[in-house]
Design a protein around this ligand. Sequence first.
Ligand code: HEC
Ligand code: HEC
Length: 462
Amino acid sequence: MTRRSRIAFGAVVGAILVLIGCSDQQPTGPARLSPSAQLDRVNLSDTALTPRLVRELARQRGIGRLDDPPFVRPALVELGRALMFDPILSGNHDVSCATCHMPAYATGDGRSLSVGAGGVGLGPDRIPPNGLFIPRNGPPLFDLSQLRHMFWDGRVELIGRNQFHTPAAAQLTPAMTRVFEFGAVSAQPMFPVTARTEMRGQTGNELTGIADNDYSDMWAALMKRLGNVPEYRRMFEQAYPGKRFDAMNFAYASNAIAGFLVSKLTLNKSPWDRFLAGRDNALTPQQLDGARSFLTLKCSVCHTGATFSDDQFHDVAVAQIGPGEGNGPNLRDDFGRMNVTGDPADQYRFRTTPLRNVEITGPYGHDGSVLTLHDFIDHYSQSDVKLQTYDPSHLEPALRGTVLNNTTGVLAQRDTLLNGVVLTPQLVDNLVAYMIALTDPAARNLTRLAPRRVPSGLPVGQ
Ligand code: HEC
Ligand code: HEC
């Protein structure tokens, strides 16, 4: 590398750092990237400069290609697909997993806040029962085998190789965790079926009389239901060769759903993946610029790894809307990770959102309080001011009046990486352009994932 090119690039980096005002704050953690480290191994003297530089920055930030999904036996995938789309898992046969994780909305529901049992309609048009919303945004289900924490607050967590920390504590027995093949995502489907507002319902079925903390009985009741459908018995026994249905617990269902998700929703053919594989022209010039900014700015301190998530928890000053998680003086707040750990330092922290396919997974944030990708990225520019001046008028009418005035608390906990961050409109546009390069074309049309029918004979509704 020539001395001149070093100085030239140093000036660019310096300008960006000043622009976002981070001279007083250095990124911490394993992904730390000092400007000099960026320069060491990059030859800036040829015309292929930017693609090579960006690939090198990505490597240093730990943002690599996403591996292909592990092989999942077809019988397990088919069982998982059936269970994912079958309302039989909901108390009153009215909601399936796919009601909120719709192929037509990139495995979300296109809403700020999800609407579960008793709701009418689908997607953005779905009407909540008695105005009752789920407190959080329904996230997409891409690339989940990569994450050790499930949910916005990580309340389902894989520790080590096969230990799980979940709301069910010891009720998730070793006989269950032994069944899990795909890590945290195998444990996750154990839980939506137990939540009254999501799937179980308030009254009117054999599940609703069970106490809220009696997970074992709820899971057993669901297996009983499934066992009444001969086709499910056959499918379970084909998916787990050598095991009789009557010897299986609900973990076998949960793990099958995970197998389906992992095999069908690990998508690694975005323009960004092609670019990392060496195709310089897979990104437009603006996307390349955006990529360089993303990798040079603090974004990639938190959004790191192949999925663009450090799988850790941070407060990035997102406005609170909706019913909340029962926290705070009027119970309408959502303390995020603190609800799991009890540690006040975790108040208002949420898991760093993975960013693959983020272009098509709006609304954004743990409560969907930001409707567009542009606005979410722009939110990082003076996020304190943005939070204090949050405008709910773009939300659906039922949520406009629900903005919580918790800004002092949220800002007190805001990640220090965001101190003084200011982004120019051009930079925001470039970052948005880069995010669009993270969309795998296959994610744009997922309707092929829905089965035509499900073993219960209930309507698939997709
Ligand atoms: C009523 C809507 C609804 C239904 C039904 C539903 N989900 Fe979800 N799902 C959500 C919401 C909302 C969240 C986030 C909740 C939170 O973080 O507290 C979520 C989170 C998840 C996650 C975690 C993703 C991540 O990135 O951490 C997975 C996986 C998931 N759901 C799968 C399922 C499966 C499988 C089913 C069926 C057994 C299901 N969901 C049923 C709304 C729903
Ligand atoms: C301090 C860690 C951190 C930094 C720095 C950071 N993010 Fe985030 N990001 C998060 C967390 C945590 C969330 C989820 C917050 C919530 O919902 O309350 C998030 C959410 C997002 C989302 C919304 C995704 C969705 O589906 O809801 C986008 C887009 C995003 N970040 C992009 C960026 C960009 C671009 C930058 C740089 C300008 C950046 N982030 C910097 C931690 C960070």
